[in-house]
Design a protein around this ligand. Structure first.
Ligand code: ZN
Ligand code: ZN
Length: 258
C-alpha cells in the first residue's frame, strides 16, 4: 500500500496545501488543495474518496476534481462520509448555486459522483485495503480512519480534525499493531483558548492524549494540520513535552509504503 501526502497543512501559502492523502492510485482521504497537483490521469484514476468531515480545508477541491474528469470516467467516484457531512456537501456546495449537483450530472443514470454513508465503527474493504471509521471530537461531526493493508497486516491511522477524545485512542489500542499515525495539532500552546473553541488539539492537549496510546511498539508518529506559520513552534512544543517519542512533522510530498 502506497500513501502519498498531497497536502497536510492547516492552511495555504507557498508550499502549503490542505489535507489530502492518496492511497495507492485509486483512493483519497479528504480532498483539500493538495489534489490540485495531480495530473488529469491521476485524478481520473480516483474511484473512492473518504471524507473526515465537511470543513472547507478538507473538501475544497472536490467540486473541481469531479468537474475536471467527468468526461474521462466510466463509473461514479464514490464519496464516503457520515450523513451530516454528505448533507452539508449537498446543501452548501453541490446545490446548483455554488456548484452543480454532480450526483445528477452528466446524466441522472450515469453521474460522475455517488454518495455512500459511513457510520462510526464501519469497516469498508476495498480490494486489499480496509478503512475503519473512528469517531473523533471536532466542532462538526468528524471521523478519523485506520487503514490496513490486508495483504500484510501493516496499517496507518489519520486522526482527521479533533480535540481531546478517548474514541480515537481506544479504537487504535484495540488492534495489536499500528505502523504510522498522522495526528493533528492545529495550534501552538499560545492559542490554547482558540483550540478549545475550534475543537482542535494544541501541542499540550495532543501530548496529554498521546500517552493514551498503549501500543507496543508505538507507531511512527507524524504531527499534521499545523496552522500556517506556526509549524516550527508546534513541533518544538510537542517535542519538548514528549522528548523521547521521536515525533516528526508530516510534510506535503511525503510518501510511505506499508
Ligand atoms: Zn475541521
Ligand atoms: Zn481542517
Amino acid at each position: 500500500m502506497e500513501i502519498r501526502v498531497l497536502g497536510c497543512s492547516g492552511g495555504i501559502g507557498l508550499d502549503r496545501r490542505t489535507t489530502s492523502l492518496l492511497i495507492d492510485d485509486d483512493i483519497l482521504i479528504d480532498s483539500g488543495s493538495g489534489v490540485g497537483d495531480l495530473s488529469l490521469d491521476e485524478m481520473a484514476a480516483i474511484r473512492h474518496i473518504f471524507l473526515t468531515h465537511s470543513h472547507l480545508d478538507h473538501i475544497t477541491l472536490l467540486p473541481l476534481l469531479v468537474d475536471s474528469i467527468f468526461e474521462r470516467i466510466e463509473s461514479p467516484i464514490v464519496i464516503h462520509a457520515q450523513p451530516p457531512t454528505l448533507k452539508a456537501l449537498q446543501d452548501h456546495i453541490f446545490n446548483w448555486h455554488i456548484w452543480p449537483d454532480f450526483a445528477k450530472l452528466p446524466t441522472l443514470e450515469k453521474p460522475v459522483m455517488a454518495y455512500e454513508t459511513l457510520t462510526p465503527g464501519d469497516i469498508v474493504k476495498l480490494g486489499t485495503r480496509s478503512f475503519e471509521v473512528i469517531p473523533v471530537n471536532h466542532i462538526v461531526p468528524a471521523v478519523g480512519y485506520r487503514v490496513e493493508n490486508l495483504a500484510n497486516g501493516k496499517s496507518f491511522a489519520y486522526s482527521g480534525d479533533t480535540s481531546t477524545n478517548d474514541t480515537l485512542w481506544n479504537a487504535l489500542n484495540r488492534h495489536g499493531r499500528l505502523d504510522l499515525l498522522f495526528v493533528e495539532a492545529a495550534f501552538s500552546n499560545s492559542e490554547e483558548a482558540l483550540s478549545i473553541k475550534a475543537k482542535h488539539y494544541c501541542s499540550k492537549t495532543l501530548a496529554a492524549d498521546l500517552v493514551k496510546l498503549k501500543l507496543n511498539p508505538r507507531p511512527q508518529i507524524f504531527v499534521t494540520h499545523n496552522k500556517p506559520g506556526d509549524e516550527t513552534d508546534i513541533m518544538a512544543e510537542c517535542t519538548q513535552l514528549l522528548p523521547n517519542w521521536g515525533l516528526k512533522s508530516l510534510k506535503g510530498g511525503d510518501r510511505f509504503t506499508l
